[in-house]
Design a protein around this ligand. Structure first.
Ligand SMILES: [Zn+2]
Length: 94
């Protein structure tokens, strides 16, 4: 079985809640049930691994290449991959 996996932020939940309630689709109790269901769903916590190549750019496990002019992803406060949205982890070179 394939499960759709995604990360829901608090901001997204509030946006959806306001839309559904304001437009009269559901009431607050129904929304609370939906939130409980979402919390019980599996979340993909696998990080996107960034590996530095010989040019100093980073190749991502989601199939992209990203070049940082100054510093590392960590030094630039990049905690999430801008392409796939997963948590970003830099592969340590041995
Ligand atoms: Zn990625």
């Amino acid at each position: 079985m394939t499960t759709q996996k995604f990360i829901i932020t608090t901001g997204t939940i509030i946006k959806v809640r306001n839309k559904l309630l304001n437009d009269g689709y559901i009431n607050a109790l129904v929304f609370e049930d939906i939130v409980q269901l979402l919390h019980s769903c599996p979340v993909n916590n696998n990080p996107c691994i960034w590996t530095e190549n010989e040019d100093g750019a980073y190749v991502t496990t989601c199939g992209n290449t990203y070049e940082i002019i100054n510093g590392t992803p960590r030094e630039n406060h990049m905690n999430f991959c801008p392409y796939c949205g997963k948590r970003l982890r830099v592969k340590e070179n041995d």
